[in-house]
Design a protein around this ligand. Structure first.
Ligand code: ATP
Length: 236
């Protein structure tokens, strides 16, 4: 569904992505892991067209996305930190985004599950960090996109809100969507993801299913399997 080929990106002298090639199939939840600063968000932003790679290509459903725009309608994005006009009310933000895509199919399930209507008249600037995350999650899923890119989606969410989001992720996966999740929480990845892509220092360290990782390391917990691979220098 998304194919990345020989992607390179530098910021000044710092090479953040080094010849990254990977293929993400539909109907999977892929967790993107790796140390802080490894290049995970930069890769996501390249897919979204928010960062232009220096070299390489990204294809969605067989077509290059570089310097194109229409494909973005197929992707829902939840950023690590959602930035909104502080003075706008929650209702105004949601209406504004809806207005941009008048003819799109609407999936407002998360608006209901998070009871966002109850805070519609609050200003974005007055929301707690977790509530702001709920708005970001609701917006990411709002247009029923084929692909979801979620950057540390449960960071800051309370346990109930996090469960609701995990449930939603699994529900959308069943519909054949591709969901990429950046996360540092291994227990959570284990609950929702099928595959793990590990990026270290701008390069892919491994891309395997959770079952393969456990089998290869003979560990039954993902956190231990990943720790073992990282410390013992396994590659695949
Ligand atoms: N706009 C930018 N200008 C300059 N350097 C940047 C920019 N965006 C990211 N970087 C640098 O690129 C590197 C990779 O950043 P990126 O955000 O992709 O990492 P990450 O793997 O998502 O990290 P984290 O787990 O901390 O979110 C970091 O060293 C970061 O400082």
């Amino acid at each position: 569904m998304i194919t990345i080929k020989n992607l390179n990106k530098s910021y000044g002298k710092l090479q953040v992505l080094k010849d990254v090639s990977v293929e993400f199939p539909k109907g999977k939840v892929v967790s993107v892991i790796g140390p802080n600063g490894a290049g995970k968000t930069t890769m996501s932003k390249c897919i979204l067209g928010m960062v232009l790679p220096d070299t390489g290509d990204i294809k969605m459903n067989g077509e290059s996305v570089l310097k194109k725009y229409a494909y973005r309608n197929l992707i829902g994005y939840m950023p690590q930190i959602g930035r909104y006009p502080e003075n706008m009310k929650v209702r105004q933000v949601i209406d504004m985004i809806r207005d941009i895509r008048k003819n799109a199919t609407i999936d407002d399930e998360l608006i209901g599950l998070y009871r966002l209507e109850e805070i519609y008249e609050k200003r974005m600037g007055a929301l707690s960090g977790g509530t702001r995350q709920k708005v970001s999650a609701a917006l990411a899923f709002l247009f029923d996109p084929q692909v979801l890119i979620l950057d540390e989606p449960t960071a800051g969410l309370d346990p109930i809100a996090a469960e609701i989001l995990k449930g939603k992720i699994l529900k959308e996966k069943k519909k054949g969507k591709l969901i990429l999740i950046t996360s540092h929480v291994m227990s959570e990845i284990e609950e929702v993801a099928d595959e793990v892509l590990c990026i270290v220092d701008g390069s892919i360290r491994f891309y395997q299913t959770i079952a393969e990782l456990k089998e290869q390391t003979q560990e039954d917990r993902l956190s231990r399997a990943v720790a073992k691979i990282m410390s013992e220098g396994y590659t695949s």
